[in-house]
Design a protein around this ligand. Structure first.
Ligand SMILES: [Zn+2]
Length: 115
């Protein structure tokens, strides 16, 4: 097992492992599930990510556990605002909610709403 990989969750069955992998992939994190790898794990299905993604991946799975539907997953991933000046759609990180940002296209100020 390459030492940069850390197990962040143990799935009860293969389908759950695949679901965790999908959720992480949608969030831009490459995960490895022990069942599709020759790691030889025997204690259930380990979901592993690169060590640098560990904290984020845990947070994502925690959020996914309480919000099952895709719509709320994508709203957790970011917020899309239409620029009032150039009319382009701009997506901001969820952490920018409730702040004022500038449009990357025309540099107009954009209010990023809470929801
Ligand atoms: Zn703009």
């Amino acid at each position: 097992m390459p030492d940069e990989l850390v197990a962040i969750a143990v799935a009860e069955h293969e389908a759950q492992g695949a679901l965790f992998k999908d959720i992480l992939k949608n969030a831009g994190i490459e995960a490895v599930v022990s069942s599709d790898n020759a790691l030889g794990f025997v204690f259930g299905i380990a979901v592993m990510v690169n060590r640098e993604d560990e904290e984020r991946a845990k947070e994502i799975l925690k959020t996914a556990g309480t919000r099952q539907d895709e719509a709320s997953l994508s709203s957790a991933a970011g917020v899309t605002v239409k620029c009032g000046k150039c009319k382009k759609l701009v997506t901001f990180d969820a952490r920018k909610k409730g702040t004022v940002q500038s449009c990357p296209h025309c540099f107009e100020y954009l209010d990023v709403p809470e929801e």
